[in-house]
Design a protein. Structure first.
Length: 164
C-alpha cells in the first residue's frame, strides 16, 4: 500500500509532463519552426470565351521575408480552369506553386518559398465552384474564389549535421 501511495503521485506528475525532442548536433534533418502567412493578391484562374486555354495567375507576398513574386501558368482547359503540377516556378528563384484538382471535386493551391536552409510551405482548398458568367475582359469559366486571401504557412529549417 505504501508503494502505491508513493507511485501514484509520481505517475500523475509524469502524465502532465510533455516530452520535448532534443536535436543532436550530429544529426541532420528538417525541423519545423515558427510560421507566418502568405498573402495571395490578384488571384485569377479562368479561360477566355471560345478558347481552349486557361490561365492561373497571382501575386504572392510575405512581409516577414520581403517576398513579392508573380506566379503564372497556362494550359489546355481540362477541367475548364487552369491546373499545374506542384513545383511550377514563379518569377522569383525558390518560389513554386501548384494548383490541382481531385477529379474536379475540389481545387487545391500549394505554395512554397525556399531560401537558404529554410522552406516556407502552405496549402489550401479553393472549393470547386466554376462560374460561367463572363467577367469584364471576357474571362469565362473561372474558379470562383476571392482575388485576395491569406494562407498560413509552416516553416521548415534544414539542419545540417556537424562533422565530428
Amino acid at each position: 500500500m505504501q508503494l502505491v501511495s508513493l507511485l501514484l503521485p509520481l505517475f500523475s506528475l509524469a502524465s502532465t509532463l510533455r516530452a520535448t525532442p532534443i536535436v543532436s548536433s550530429r544529426s541532420g534533418g528538417i525541423y519545423p519552426a515558427p510560421a507566418g502567412t502568405f498573402q495571395i493578391a490578384d488571384f485569377s484562374d479562368g479561360g477566355i470565351r471560345y478558347s481552349s486555354h486557361a490561365v492561373v495567375t497571382f501575386i504572392i507576398k510575405d512581409s516577414a521575408t520581403s517576398l513579392v513574386a508573380n506566379c503564372t501558368a497556362s494550359n489546355q482547359a481540362q477541367p475548364p480552369v487552369a491546373t499545374t503540377p506542384y513545383a511550377t516556378a514563379c518569377n522569383v528563384t525558390g518560389v513554386n506553386f501548384g494548383l490541382s484538382t481531385n477529379n474536379g471535386a475540389d481545387f487545391y493551391l500549394i505554395v512554397s518559398h525556399k531560401y537558404g536552409e529554410t522552406t516556407d510551405m502552405a496549402a489550401t482548398g479553393l472549393g470547386n465552384i466554376i462560374n460561367t458568367k463572363p467577367l469584364p475582359g471576357a474571362q469565362y469559366n473561372y474558379l470562383d474564389v476571392p482575388s485576395d486571401f491569406e494562407i498560413p504557412y509552416s516553416r521548415f529549417v534544414e539542419v545540417t549535421p556537424t562533422p565530428q
